[in-house]
Ligand binder design. Structure first.
Ligand code: S3P
Length: 187
């Protein structure tokens, strides 16, 4: 049993920040991590929707990706000062270099990875992802992952492969990796 990284361990500073491609399970793992640590969870996609009053496909259709990235940056900045949060981010958050710096300052950045077939299995049932509205969404997803992999690697402090394990196991491994990372940081 992994000891909780919650209010009983105030010496462990910073948020738990989840990054990774669409379909890597960031939002559900964030909720599980929040339960394990007694922290609140948040989600930049949800914040964008709340703060703009628009659904994500609507933002992309009516205002374009550049405006979505601006709103996503605003959402991130709105929670950056919260020091003990679990936050899931949108798969493209690493596209803005200034976000990479902000994410790393917030705490332990956990990169959820997965094999292309696992990612595709998880996203193919969900029509809500505007960047995958292409003639070959599977190839588009793979190309996005390949393009962003170096950005995720540059942002993350630790990573967890989610391909063949349950969200609960991912959350347990992520928590253990984060605890080790915090423990390795100078005080
Ligand atoms: C995006 C991923 C989505 C959402 C938006 C753009 C991306 O979030 O932010 O559709 O650029 O990869 P999820 O990773 O939660 O699906």
């Amino acid at each position: 049993m992994i000891p909780a990284l919650g209010s009983s361990t105030p010496a462990l500073p910073g948020s738990l920040v989840l990054i990774g491609p669409m379909g890597s399970g960031k939002s559900s793992v964030a909720r599980l991590l929040a339960g394990l640590t007694g922290r609140r969870s948040s989600d930049t996609d949800r914040l964008v929707v709340m703060q703009s009053g628009m659904k994500i496909p609507q933002i992309f259709e009516q205002h374009g990706e550049v405006e979505f990235r601006r709103l996503e940056r605003e959402a991130l900045l709105s929670v950056k000062g919260w020091s003990r949060l679990v936050i899931a981010t949108g798969g493209g958050i690493v596209e803005l270099p200034e976000n990479i710096a902000s994410l790393r300052e917030m705490g332990c950045v956990i990169w959820l990875t997965a094999r292309p077939d696992s990612l595709w299995r998880r996203v193919s049932a969900d029509a809500n992802r505007p960047l995958l509205k292409t003639v070959d969404p599977r190839a588009t997803l793979q190309a996005l992952v390949a393009k962003r992999e170096p950005l995720y690697a540059a942002t993350a402090h630790v990573s967890v492969d989610t391909s063949d394990i349950s969200s609960k196991d991912v959350a347990d491994r992520a928590l253990e990796a984060a605890r080790n990372w915090f423990a390795s940081q100078p005080t």
